[in-house]
Design a protein around this ligand. Structure first.
Ligand code: ATR
Length: 283
């Protein structure tokens, strides 16, 4: 009898930088699950065929990253309620009938990182969320489910923030505005969901946004503190975090969806952080 090992992968372009194989391989070792997880570079326009080929070679599930989120949505014949709200899919699951189920785990990843790993309370707090792109849309439902006192989305392009706030207004106290309209309002939790850090940039927001003991969170992660993290420290945020924990937590939720087992995230976060530190020391 030949047994074929279950395969999982992340599809993206580019993909070489992905930490997902490292994370899922550690999850599999820890939970004694027999599987292989790889990062696959998929050519633009070839997503659907690549998914078919992957399934034919015993592929059971996928993570999907830039620029294939829309293709992932189209490939799934069913979507979870949270994926529908987010309008995005980052996890595909092969079902018994051969069809694909689409889910998204980013929102739960952010909330778990804040609450479980950093002991940040969201309930009854005032939150400022900067940005109004796909990354922000993906975390709104999970944040609102924790019942913050208020959630303000501020974006460079004001109407996108207002539209998002309207789309999620049935889930809680949510408003949208332009970055230039934050004025002297201050918050318990300030989250950067823009892609500005990717370009080494900083969204222009007032240095007065942090309440005493406020927490600042950049959904990006890097070996060094991002410009937003450095700016937050300089402007009085008491706790400043990057998005490494979110990355690992969203991966853990995907792993759970695929395998029905919840891996421990803290040793994996610790290991990734150490590899960042080593990287810095050798630069
Ligand atoms: P993602 O999927 O990462 O969310 P996106 O949908 O392209 O990517 O959204 C990027 C977000 O970052 C947007 O909110 C964008 O603001 P605009 O809607 O005005 O374009 C924001 N953004 C990117 N670079 C920025 C910068 N330098 N300053 C402020 N906001 C920035």
């Amino acid at each position: 009898m030949t047994t074929t090992i279950d395969r999982y992968a992340v599809f993206g372009n580019p993909i070489a930088h992905s930490k997902s194989p490292q994370i899922h391989t550690q999850f599999a070792e820890q939970t004694k699950q027999s599987l292989i997880y790889t990062a696959e570079l998929v050519e633009i326009g070839q997503f659907e065929q690549a998914v078919k080929d992957f399934i034919a070679s015993n592929g059971k599930g996928l993570n999907v990253t830039v620029p294939f989120k829309e293709d992932a949505w189209s490939c799934a014949t069913q979507h979870s309620a949270r994926a529908q709200r987010a309008g995005a899919v980052n996890t595909l699951v092969l079902q018994a009938d051969g069809s694909l189920f689409g889910d998204t785990t980013d929102g739960i990843g952010l909330v778990r990182d804040l609450m479980k790993n950093h002991s940040v309370t969201i309930k009854d707090k005032d939150i400022l969320l900067i940005g109004a792109g796909g990354a922000v849309r993906g975390v709104l439902q999970a944040l609102l489910e924790q019942q913050p006192a208020s959630l303000l989305i501020a974006n460079r392009t004001k109407h996108k923030a207002e539209q998002l706030a309207e789309d999620f207004s049935d889930l809680g106290a949510i408003n949208g505005c332009g970055l230039d309209e934050i004025n002297d309002a201050c918050f318990d939790i300030v989250i950067n969901g823009t892609s500005a850090s990717l370009q080494g940039d900083l969204p222009p927001i007032p240095g007065t946004v942090f309440k005493t003991a406020a927490c600042s969170y950049d959904m990006m992660y890097a070996a060094q503190a991002t410009p937003f993290m450095q700016w937050s420290t300089g402007n009085g945020a008491k706790q400043v975090f990057d998005g490494l924990g979110m990355l690992v937590e969203q991966a853990a939720e995907s792993f759970y969806i695929w395998r029905g087992v919840k891996p421990e995230t803290s040793p994996v976060i610790k290991q990734l952080r150490q590899s960042f530190d080593q990287q810095q020391n050798t630069e």
